[in-house]
Write a protein that binds this ligand. Structure first.
Ligand code: ATP
Ligand code: MG
Length: 196
């Protein structure tokens, strides 16, 4: 069983999509084991993204690629500098209002949640995903306004990231271990308790 962190970002809350977003994860069969609403501080946002030491470089590389894709010159030469610029934008975005933080648990929860969430840029996220269905932002638009991509939710990128992020966002006693009736169907090997 894996646990993964999902944060409904300030734009998701403002768009009144909390219920719709939770429904998507809930309908998949994953189990909600913690939830709360809060306004993150910029320092908290920085800690959150820096739990993965590779993140600055990776996000910088993605950013440079998106500028090149548009046929434009990236504003910074190195991926590290580009990554820092994205982090500055994210601190502003993520601390702009209340967010809803949740932990979802289940078999392969990290990958399942990423699939339901969709790719980073809503313009190119698949139809049927949260980011693909409920918003229209693009690198083009966010870059021209020097702001972060508004893509409604954060979802942990790997099991390792999820573990670190969960410790950052939740205290141990905020996680509730309980059984859901539907787990019988999802995980029971024999299905021998349905018929009388
Ligand atoms: P998240 O970590 O939020 O679940 P992700 O893993 O799809 O999203 P990351 O590469 O980790 O994407 O980037 C984190 C967040 O930073 C994105 O969700 C987006 O809001 C913002 N972001 C990433 N790259 C850029 C960029 N080039 N320009 C503006 N914002 C960006
Ligand atoms: Mg990420």
């Amino acid at each position: 069983m894996e646990k993964t962190l999902v944060v409904i970002k300030p734009d998701g809350v403002q768009r009144t999509l909390i219920g719709e977003i939770i429904r998507r994860y809930e309908n998949s069969g994953l189990k909600l084991i913690a939830i709360k609403m809060l306004v993150p501080t910029p320092a908290m946002v920085e800690k959150h993204y820096l739990v993965n030491p590779e993140w600055i470089k990776n996000v910088g590389e993605k950013s440079i690629a998106s500028y090149k894709n548009k046929g434009e010159q990236p504003p910074f030469k190195t991926s590290a500098e580009c990554g820092q610029a994205v982090l500055a934008r994210l601190k502003k975005y993520m601390s702009a209002g209340p967010v809803v933080a949740m932990i979802w648990e289940g078999s392969k929860a990290v990958g399942i949640v990423r699939k339901i969430t969709g790719g980073t840029e809503p313009l190119s996220s698949d139809v049927g995903t949260i980011r693909g269905d409920y918003t229209i932002d693009s690198y083009d638009l966010s870059d021209s306004a020097d702001r972060a991509i508004r893509n409604l939710v954060h979802a942990s990128g790997s099991v390792e990231e999820a573990e670190k992020e969960i410790t950052l966002w939740f205290k141990k006693d905020e996680l509730i271990e309980y059984n859901l009736v539907l787990e019988k169907i999802l995980y029971d090997v024999n299905l021998d308790e349905i018929l009388e």
